[in-house]
Ligand binder design. Structure first.
Ligand code: TRP
Length: 465
């Protein structure tokens, strides 16, 4: 093999992995599905899912990567030697590579929106956010979605940013960039939380998030699926990042840290969103809101500009979301690129350019499927579920690819890897692992049942995206 494998510093690994986890899933998706599921109990179930399912799988992924110092396909090939199923396990790695490619192609379209709205907010802040602007936010967003040139431009711009970081490599690119972006994101979010604490809706936001309500069976499954997506699990992103760490650090502590950071950021983002939403009188609210995926762009600007200092908060908010998205797209691209580097022996430059451009190409179809192109917009291979290339890719990834990948990763680490290997990895840099059997049985039983239940519901026609 050609180049020596790069690696993260200890802190660099935690920040990069947290950067992967913290993304649109935390700031865009978590708040609106929490809203759709009535808050309180959904949050509680989500927390339980992070502890019982997310954390064990996170440890398993990092362990697989660090043990082999390889990206998913090669890692499975190495660890599956002499294990039942043998080389077949590499399929889980291939599935992960394909999943990364699929998610990145549409994720970067949404990431592009955040850059566009950052720019729009700057203009609004200077020219004035007039009542006329506020009244037409929905129409403006609709027009933006239907504008093919804008959609493609911002998607391509975001892909270019992502590729630039990946080109610079693991420590000079990913680590260096996430180490700047993540602290900035955190400070911005804390500032926004403080600002929202002064808004009239803050109290209601707190009680909405933290008092128990009723929850449906689908809500429970949605919480589990969201935990997976939010923690970047199920496609080997953490295997890939884990392959760049050393045995000096504790996988248990790092995984815990990443889970805590991811969850805290999701809760903070929700607090900000709900504070501004609940600042509007309830009567007025009923007509204005639907808990939809577009809330971030159709409703939030108006609310942010209502805050004292709104001209400052609004662009800041979208900048923050763009940063969160970038540290996630980086991880998605790295999974695919590292496959070509590790398994096929390509140079990073070539792998990044080829993979990046092909992904940008697929994303163009997604970008045009939001109204710009009739055929792409109504294409619905999965029937009643989200129509359009964009909706279909999202449906495919969140309902099939990630759960199936996560299911097999859990099975592999729970039943097929030896106790000697897993214990050794989990104790390296940390000392005796008293809860080892709890971890092992979580992977053997709890995770497969919970994830299997999701897959079962999806087979029956449910959709969780
Ligand atoms: N976790 C990110 C988010 O919350 C998205 C993401 C990045 C992801 N890498 C991933 C999701 C790998 C699943 C698998 O937005």
């Amino acid at each position: 093999m050609s180049e020596q494998r790069a690696s993260f510093s200890h802190l660099g690994f935690i920040i990069a992995a947290a950067g992967s986890a913290i993304g649109l899933g935390n700031i865009w998706k978590f708040p609106y599905i929490t809203y759709a599921n009535n808050g309180g109990s959904f949050v509680l179930i989500y927390l339980a899912a992070v502890v019982a399912i997310g954390a064990p799988v996170m440890m398993a992924e990092i362990l697989i990567g660090r043990r082999t110092s390889k990206s998913p396909v090669s890692a499975f090939l190495e660890l599956a030697r002499g294990v039942a199923g043998g080389r077949l396990w590499a399929a889980v790695g291939y599935l992960g590579v394909a999943t990364g490619f699929v998610i990145l192609s549409y994720y970067s379209v949404v990431a592009g929106w955040t850059v566009y709205y950052f720019g729009k907010c700057i203009i609004w802040s200077f020219q004035g956010f007039t009542p006329e602007v506020a009244a037409t936010l929905g129409d403006q967003f609709g027009a933006f979605l239907g504008d093919g040139t804008l959609q493609i431009s911002f998607h391509a711009f975001f892909m270019a940013l992502t590729m630039a970081v990946i080109l610079m490599g693991v420590s000079q690119g990913i680590e260096r960039v996430t180490k700047v972006l993540m602290p900035v994101l955190f400070v911005l979010l804390v500032a926004l939380c403080l600002a929202s604490a002064l808004s009239p809706g803050f109290g209601e936001a707190i009680s909405f998030l933290f008092s128990t309500t009723s929850i449906t069976r689908d809500g429970i499954l949605e919480a589990v699926g969201q935990a997976f997506f939010s923690l970047s699990l199920g496609m080997g992103a953490m295997i890939t990042y884990g392959s760049y760490t050393t045995r000096k650090q504790s996988i248990r502590r790092d995984a815990l840290m990443i889970c805590v950071l991811d969850t805290v950021i999701a809760l903070m983002a929700s607090l900000v969103m709900f504070s501004v939403i609940f600042s509007i009188p309830a009567a007025e609210r009923a007509g204005t809101f639907s808990a939809s995926s577009t809330i971030l762009f159709t409703t939030l600007p108006r609310l942010l500009y209502d805050l004292p200092g709104g001209a400052l908060w609004s662009p800041m908010f979208y900048l923050l979301v763009a940063f969160a998205a970038l540290t996630s797209t980086i991880s998605l691209l790295e999974v695919v690129v590292s496959y070509f580097i590790d398994h096929l022996g390509w140079r990073r430059l070539r792998a990044t350019l080829v993979v990046g451009l092909v992904t940008t190409g697929l994303g163009v179809f997604a970008a045009l499927s939001l109204g710009a192109n009739e055929a792409l917009t109504s294409w619905a291979p999965f029937g009643e579920h989200d129509a359009g290339v964009f909706g279909s890719l999202d449906y495919l990834a969140t309902n099939w690819l990630l759960p199936v990948g996560g299911f097999f990763i859990a099975l592999f680490a729970g039943w097929f890897l030896s106790e000697r290997i897993t214990r050794d990895e989990l104790e390296a840099g940390a000392g005796p692992f008293r809860l080892y059997w709890m971890w092992r049985w979580a992977l053997r039983v709890v995770c497969p049942i919970a994830i299997g239940w999701i897959i079962f519901a999806v087979i029956q026609g449910k959709a969780f995206n």
